[in-house]
Structures are given as structure tokens and as C-alpha cells.
Design a protein around this ligand. Structure first.
Ligand SMILES: *Cc1c(COP(=O)(O)O)cnc(C)c1O
Length: 360
């Protein structure tokens, strides 16, 4: 079996242990005689899988009692609409922090529902940093504040959680959730598409404070109302059962590895090693302010972009795949989520050094 180190931003690598367990359980999940994908979502087998996954996620993130965890479809992109539909609660304004490509998409979608205030923007700095607390110009009439803690494309991460007073804070954590411990109580809603750091595509996790549920915008479709899913334990209609199951296996893998504090230590080591290698070279460069560099997505450029193709071809031959940067920014990007082993980062660094020696 030849597994590669896959640096894709998403869908991303899954832990080999999890895939092996899924393979073992594929034809007969624990004596049920069925694959999880064949089970009724209302049967006791699947309900036990769903409940275990939620319990494990709650334990990993120490999610307080007054938060609901929803297992939905539609991707993080559908949350760009569901957040305003559910969080405006009679208001007609919301504040957004504009810090990169994904916040721009969230802003564009929110504009369909309300007046969007840009409480801070780092566009002038070409999204190479996160705004400081004293740069935030919050509107007292805004119903909530939305931000993107980790900008997957630009590789920019907020070093701390913005203070928003009594305004609910909404966070698109698609590319950072479960990379380290989190103080859930600081947020009104946290959402993430699973395919970066949680599991396979098709599942979207939403963690929302109970009191924010139940006042949807007039005309909100049933499936876009958080209440629909909160009242039915995310079983209103058929959920993405197999993706939910696989995410549950990832949560158990994280627990076996020592939880999120242990993952944070590993992720910090991986990111530090890669940024140190980039900074130590005159050949590779990363434009992001050091304090705001993402632990999960590391974009970098080569001194001569003419060498990009060669770099990608030779990296692939060495078992290091999907290193091309997002089509909107070019260059390279190494996404190093939880499932990327330290060995994979070491292999990438060794490859980069050797490439520089030969072409630099
Ligand atoms: C990938 C990503 C999205 C889009 O997720 P989908 O599940 O494809 O809709 C949104 N926000 C961030 C920060 C992302 O990384």
C-alpha cells in the first residue's frame, strides 16, 4: 500500500488508522450485518453512532451544556446564509471582519439578508495579517459579528479571539476547528465544513448557543432554520450518515492521541518547523506576519515562479502531493491538518531543501 502525503486544503488527508477501521467495519458494522451507509438513520445502530460522535466532540471541545451541536449538510458555504438567517433575530445589520477570500464570500452572502458593516479589513495589506483588537470598529446596532479565524487560502490566522462585548461572535472555523483547544463560550456560533480537519466532505458541524436558536428571518426555509435541526437531533431529514460516522471515528482517534492539547503541541511543532525552513531560505518565502501565520495552511512562493511546475512534478514523484496554491493566489500551499503526520512535514522540508540545492 503506497499512501502519499497529501497537502490538499480540502478534502484533506484522513488518519490512516481511521480509514483502516472503516475498512474493517465496511461490510458488517459490529455484527449488524450492514455497512453504516446502508443503515436507517433512525435505527438504533445509527443513532448510537450519532450520539457517540456528538458526545466525543463535546468532550474534545469541552462544549458547554447551553450549546447545541448540529450535524448538517450544505458545507460551510451554506452557513454563510444560515448565520444571518438565524442570528439577525429582528435586526437588519451585522458586522463582518474582512480578512481574506473566505470572509469575502461570507460577506457577499450576508449582503443578501442585511446591511453588512465591515468592522475591519486587512485587504490593503493584501490579507497578510489579522486586524488587532483596537482596529475593530463595531456597530452598536449590529446583531452579531462574523469572522474567519483561519483564512485557508491566504494562510492567515487570528492570534486571539476578537472581543465583541455582548454581540454574539460567529466564526467560520472550517480549516481550524479541532487543531487546538477552544473556549466555546466566547462564541455564539461556530461552524465548519468537515473536509478539512474533521472528516469527509458532506458533513457540516455547527455549534450554536441555545438562546440564539428560534428567531429565524421571515421566510427562512425549514432546512435553513437551526431550530429544525436542534429539535430533531439533526435527524429531521436524512443526514450525511457515512460522513457523520467517519467524523466520529476521527473524534475517537483524537481522544486516543490525547485530545486537543496534545494535538496543539504537535500542530505547533509541524508549523514552526515548516515556517522556520521557509524563513531560513532565500529561495522560499511566506508573506504573512509571523504572529498571524496559520498552523494549518502554509502558503509559500519560490524565488522563480518558472520553477513552480518542476517543483510540483518532482514533489509528486517523491510522494508529496497537492502542493499547488489556490488558483486565486498561485505559488504553493501546504495544508498540514491534524491527519498530516510530523513525518510528512519533515519529508516536505527535506524535499524543499534538496530542491533549493539543485535549482536555487
Ligand atoms: C473550505 C472553506 C469553506 C467552504 O467550505 P464548503 O464546505 O466547501 O462550503 C468556507 N470557509 C473556509 C474557511 C474554508 O476553509
Amino acid at each position: 500500500m503506497a499512501r502519499v502525503f497529501n497537502f490538499s486544503a480540502g478534502p484533506a488527508m484522513l488518519p490512516a488508522e481511521v480509514l483502516q477501521q472503516a475498512r474493517e467495519e465496511m461490510l458488517d458494522w459490529r455484527g449488524s450485518g450492514m455497512c453504516v451507509a446502508e443503515m436507517s438513520h433512525r435505527g438504533k445502530e445509527f443513532v448510537s453512532i450519532a450520539e457517540q460522535a456528538e458526545a466525543d466532540l463535546r468532550e474534545l471541545l469541552a462544549i458547554p451544556e447551553n450549546y447545541r451541536v448540529l450535524f448538517l449538510q450544505g458545507g460551510a458555504s451554506s452557513q454563510f446564509a444560515m448565520v444571518p438567517m438565524n442570528l439577525l433575530r429582528g435586526g437588519d445589520k451585522a458586522d463582518y471582519l474582512n480578512t481574506g477570500s473566505w470572509s469575502k464570500k461570507a460577506i457577499a452572502e450576508a449582503r443578501r439578508f442585511c446591511t453588512v458593516g465591515i468592522a475591519a479589513s486587512t485587504e490593503d495589506a493584501r490579507f497578510t495579517r489579522a486586524p488587532a483588537q483596537d482596529e475593530l470598529a463595531l456597530d452598536p446596532e449590529a446583531a452579531y459579528v462574523h469572522y474567519t479565524p483561519n483564512e485557508t487560502i491566504e494562510g492567515v490566522e487570528f492570534p486571539s479571539v476578537p472581543e465583541t462585548g455582548d454581540k454574539p461572535l460567529a466564526a467560520d472555523m472550517s480549516s481550524t476547528l479541532l487543531s487546538r483547544p477552544l473556549e466555546v463560550s466566547r462564541y455564539g456560533v461556530i461552524y465548519a465544513g468537515a473536509q478539512k480537519n474533521l472528516g469527509p466532505a458532506g458533513l457540516t458541524v455547527v455549534i450554536v448557543r441555545e438562546e440564539l436558536i428560534g428567531q429565524p428571518l421571515a421566510g427562512t426555509p425549514t432546512l435553513f432554520d437551526y431550530r429544525t435541526h436542534a429539535q430533531t437531533d439533526s435527524l429531521y431529514n436524512t443526514p450525511p450518515t457515512y460522513a457523520w460516522y467517519l467524523a466520529g471515528l476521527v473524534f475517537q482517534w483524537l481522544k486516543r492521541r490525547g485530545g486537543l492539547a496534545a494535538m496543539a503541541a504537535i500542530n505547533a511543532r509541524k508549523a514552526e518547523a515548516l515556517y522556520a525552513a521557509i524563513d531560513a531560505s532565500g529561495f522560499y518565502a511566506n508573506p504573512v506576519e509571523p504572529a498571524c501565520r496559520s498552523w494549518m495552511n502554509v502558503p509559500f512562493t519560490l524565488a522563480d515562479p518558472e520553477l513552480d511546475r518542476t517543483f510540483l512534478t518532482e514533489a509528486k514523484a517523491a510522494g508529496l502531493v497537492t502542493l499547488e496554491g489556490h488558483r486565486s493566489v498561485g505559488g504553493m500551499r501546504a495544508s498540514i491538518y491534524n491527519a498530516m503526520p510530523e513525518e510528512g512535514v519533515r519529508a516536505l522540508i527535506a524535499f524543499m531543501r534538496e530542491f533549493e540545492r539543485r535549482y536555487g
